[in-house]
Write a new protein. Structure first.
Length: 138
């Protein structure tokens, strides 16, 4: 990836983060005005506190992703200096680690009994009769 495309992408992310913060601060101001009015509630005050956090979230995610990528690069460099094969672990996702045992086979369930419970059979007949009555009415 060229330096100019990386710079352009970073500038776009920073622009979106700043725009998000500006919009969310505007919404916080709007909620403050609603809270200050005669019909304002504590819900409006809660939104006053939440909107700036929503606006900061894209910047936080950008910072977090950069930090994780830096840690992955450092781990790869550290592993390469010790003679290990560099791996970020992403290629191994979905594979079972060697120390995890195979899943157990499902337990066999007992086949249902052929002889029905008399009380259950009487209840089922009662339900069938109620259903038949209901079908006649409608």
């Amino acid at each position: 990836m060229s330096l100019s495309s990386t710079t352009a992408r970073r500038l776009a992310i920073v622009g979106v983060s700043v725009l998000s913060l500006i919009i969310c601060c505007g919404l916080a101001w709007w909620q403050w005005e609603r809270y200050s009015s005669a019909g304002g509630t504590f819900q409006n005050l809660g939104y006053v506190l939440q909107w700036p956090l929503f606006g900061l979230f894209p910047a936080f995610m950008f910072w977090r992703i950069r930090r994780l990528n830096r840690q992955a690069r450092e781990a790869e460099q550290h592993g390469a200096s010790e003679g290990h094969t560099p791996s970020s672990g992403r290629a191994e996702w979905g594979r079972r680690p060697a120390d995890v045992p195979a899943p157990r086979p499902a337990a066999r369930q007992a086949p249902p009994a052929d002889d029905e419970d008399e009380e259950l059979a009487a209840y089922n007949r009662y339900l069938a009769e109620l259903n038949a009555r209901d079908q006649e009415v409608t």
